[in-house]
Design a protein around this ligand. Structure first.
Ligand SMILES: *Cc1c(COP(=O)(O)O)cnc(C)c1O
Length: 378
């Protein structure tokens, strides 16, 4: 079996037999020719259904996650929505407390219209999850590491709990990427990524994916949802994302090494109350992160968040004083970003007011630390 770095470079492409081109072709055609008898010689009908560039990307994503099939969507939100829209009416979904804010907002706003119920639970507490699973629960939705508190959740334990209750487990692995964590191998049924983040990797292309352990009727329903509700991505987005995959392992190693150094600096800083980073031995789930991610190799991801002693004002002041870190949303690009999450979460923010989330980029760690040192000084 090929190692991950090799797969990342080669999955979904081959040298073009006609031209010798190494870069995969970008097919922008919206429509594909029928055979005289009306059949589809290449299985392709219309770009919204599927297209050759996207098929290459989906093949590569399935290979990197070890899944039977992957679907690519216009955004991470569209991928999550498709999975939720594929559930039967009258279903119950159990969602982790600390997850991407948009999904919680989606559940609150749209589940009542779709005839679905949901509850929110601390998935670090197995007993709480067991107690909250209902007869009609069809999906347990977790995110590890989570946004923005970097909670690490026991995926294998959650898979067992979900399956015992007749539900499926979905893991949002956006922060970890398939380089650091393999939810399907741990028993999850579906992995979600906002490919807008590390997989694209350059802050220049939106996308989302669902990768499925088994190619069953759930995949078909998600495919139909993408097709009929129009959640399809452009071929160019698929092409750019495929390009991003090539350097994913190399980029992740630098993100991880830089984040570990920055976390160590912040952990010792008097202005900081708490550093949330799974690589710190003080992190509540450090031991789990060591075995569930690439912790044995010292790789715990490139995301961390901090809570400042001086409250909201101190957090906003530090974010405003950083020079190298850009104050912007999103994560997983080459450049370092800082964000005061509570400010972007609308009327009822779930993030603490003294929290800043940092996406550690590919700059030199010494420069990043120097920037944080000056921003946190009196
Ligand atoms: C950004 C993000 C999403 C949503 O993805 P979009 O591509 O912005 O729609 C979902 N989950 C996590 C963990 C994210 O960071």
């Amino acid at each position: 079996m090929m190692k991950f770095d090799t797969l990342a470079v080669h999955a979904g492409v081959e040298v073009d037999a006609q031209t010798g081109a190494l870069a995969p072709p970008l097919h922008l055609s919206t429509t594909f020719e029928h055979a005289p008898d009306g059949s589809l010689p290449h299985g392709l009908l219309y770009q919204r259904y599927d297209n050759p560039t996207q098929q290459r990307l989906q093949e590569a994503l399935a290979a990197l996650e070890g899944g039977e099939r992957a679907l690519f969507f216009a955004t991470g939100m569209a991928a999550g929505a498709a999975l939720l829209q594929s559930l039967p009416k009258g279903t119950h979904v159990l969602m982790q407390d600390d997850i991407y804010h948009g999904y919680r907002a989606m559940a609150a706003e749209y589940f009542p219209r779709w005839g679905c119920a949901f509850d929110v639970v601390d998935t670090a507490d197995a007993d709480a999850v067991r107690a909250a699973l209902r007869k009609n629960t069809t999906l347990l939705w977790i995110e590890s590491p989570s946004n923005p508190l970097l909670k690490v959740i026991d995926i294998a334990a959650m898979a067992k709990l979900a399956h015992d209750a007749g539900a499926r487990l979905m893991v949002d692995g956006t922060f970890a990427t398939p380089y650091l964590q393999k939810p399907l191998a741990l028993g999850a049924d579906v992995v979600l990524h906002s490919t807008t983040k590390y997989l694209g990797g350059h802050s220049d292309v939106m996308g989302g994916t669902l990768v499925f352990a088994h190619d069953d009727e759930v995949v078909e329903r998600c495919y139909e949802t993408r097709k009929l509700l129009g959640a399809s991505a452009s071929p160019f987005a698929a092409w750019l994302t495929l390009r991003g995959l090539r350097s994913l392992p190399a980029r992740m190693r630098v993100h991880c090494a830089n984040a570990t150094r920055v976390a160590g600096f912040l952990d010792d800083h008097p202005a900081i109350e708490t550093v949330h980073f799974p690589g710190l031995p003080s992190h509540v789930a450090h031991a789990l992160a060591r075995k569930q991610m690439r912790g044995e190799e010292g790789l715990f991801g490139g995301m961390l968040s901090i809570q400042l002693r001086g409250g909201r004002d101190a957090a906003l002041r530090a974010a405003g004083r950083l020079n190298l870190f850009t104050n912007a949303t999103s994560l997983g690009g080459c450049e370092s970003l800082v964000e005061h999450r509570a400010s972007v979460e609308g009327a009822h923010p779930s993030s603490p007011q003294n929290l800043l989330r940092l996406s550690i980029g590919l700059e030199d760690a010494e420069d990043l630390i120097a920037d944080l040192r000056q921003a946190l000084s009196d």
